[in-house]
Design a protein around this ligand. Structure first.
Ligand SMILES: [Zn+2]
Length: 133
């Protein structure tokens, strides 16, 4: 998977790293394939913009380099649990969930999961908190 929005964390996964995005309100964000008007949802610094179609609710990422538009592509919104299942092994995922629920877990497996999560700039405590809820 190249990119997705991690719901409900409001973070963006893009090419192996996770980024926060700054929400913006009601700015024009281009036109959708369906003919609908798109609205900007937020930016990652000045190089990645997320736009949502007001007609079909499709989300697209707009990529910039040195303020020049490079490309746009559809970006799925993925639930945190599904995202973790994608990047972790089943055992690593299980260890994280067990830890979040206060159950006993394999420490070595958990450590591997923690390393993967932190390497992509996600904050482990936020993940644990979200899984607990
Ligand atoms: Zn549309």
């Amino acid at each position: 998977m190249r990119a997705c929005i991690i719901s409900p964390l409001q973070k963006i996964f893009f090419e192996g790293k996770v980024y926060d995005f700054e929400p913006v309100d009601s700015l024009f964000g281009g036109f959708c394939d369906c003919g609908g008007v798109m609205t900007q949802k937020g930016w990652v610094d000045n190089w990645l913009m997320i736009s949502e179609c007001e007609s079909c609710w499709k989300l697209e990422a707009f990529l910039y380099e040195n303020y020049r538009f490079v490309e746009r592509f559809e970006i799925p919104s993925v639930d945190l649990k599904d995202f973790l299942r994608e990047i972790l092994t089943p055992l690593e995922f299980e260890a994280i969930v067990q830890k979040a629920n206060g159950q006993s877990y394999s420490y070595t497996t958990f450590s591997r999961a923690k390393k993967k999560i932190e390497e992509m700039n996600l904050v482990l405590d936020e993940i644990i908190e979200a899984l607990r809820a």
